[in-house]
Design a protein around this ligand. Sequence first.
Ligand code: PMP
Length: 441
Amino acid sequence: MLSQERLSKMKEYNQRVKELLPGGVHYNFHLPWEETPLHFVKAKDSRVWDMDGNEYLDLYARFGALIIGHGHEEYNESLKETIDRVLSVSHCDMDAEALELIAKYIPSAEMIRYGLSGTEIVQNAIRLARAYTGKNRFVRFDGHYHGNADNIMGGRADNYNEPIPADYFGDLKGTAGRATDSLESQSYLLPWNNAELLEELFRKKADEIAAVITEPVCVNGGGVMPAPGYLKRVRELCDQYNVVLIFDEIITGFRMGMGGAQEAFGVVPDLTTLGKAISGGGVPVSAMVGKKEIMQLLEVKKVIHAGTFNGYPLGTAAVKTTLEILSRNHGVALTKMNENITTIHNIMMEEAKKVALPLVIQGPPACASYHCCHDVLKNTDEYTFEIMSLDIILHNNLARNGILVSTISRLYPNISLSLVDIDWFRGRVGQAMLDTKVVYD
Ligand code: PMP
């Protein structure tokens, strides 16, 4: 267990940082505990070391981006070689290889454009859908997250036949300072996993709806799986009503296998947004990929998609090398990663049982969430404040015991996760369970 003493350097350091950095953090979705944020000095494979010399198992993995692991030799060599050879040009000699790999593995990827963040690429995908359909609004779902932009954050799905009233905001993912008018006029917010409601909305309003955007597995809403047949039905409805279906696979892409959720569920969207793991996790790359007919609007209708660093060589090298590593030998690295994280899930369940702490683990192995409750969440509205609060307590107790998991309760492995890491986990998780059970009682 970490003591205050074992965090003393960072305590001082954080005071210094806070003078200049609002809240002392680089982003708002950070869960504070004692002397966090931790500042790290070293990282290798699945381990990280903070300024005070404490070691952690990293299942945080930079919000799921880090699939390649820290200090992966082949990956790092590829980046170093690129820095020395061709750091900053607008098109480089690795473009074709990287694009071909994405197209080979992602079923919907007939054409591809890059960005840097998930947020911006989602906005570009929506713009494309509008240009393609000549319609303006889009549909999104309760509990899903598609980035840090005014028109897509927050809200509650309880008046889903009208555009969202501005004063619905203020929940976990809403934000002060948003442009409420653009929000009201842009999207319909629906409960997820309910195709009847979508159909009802389409029947009334399809003439104004350009796109439906959904996480194919709602990782951000608690690791909720799509109900059997749901995604297929959404696909059919979008076809029927001339609505562009966008899968946001920024988390699931390359974590749920090389072909993402769309391959796993056998449902091919019109457009897909990718990010995080696509470039291994060391440098930022996002991408929108999709049907030629839609993507070609970027050429023929001059739909604008721009960005100073789009397609930068370091990112391209990272995409190329990551996809080569992940796909090698029939994807053995991903298979092993899934096996090892499943063992960790099993240990977690056993340890929770020992102290009688209710626990479920749900979602695809490589981007699963744990929840301190009795039953698997079947929809995002079941992720209540009480469950979330306990999840946060467990998150913090895990961190105190040397195990970092992602906000709020996600367990992101990378391909270096080993049997030694599993032992480390086994040796520490019990105490975290016990400390959480005390609060639960
Ligand atoms: N979509 C999904 C599904 C995400 O999980 C995220 C980030 N967590 C985003 C979009 C936004 O990506 P970024 O943080 O790179 O802007």
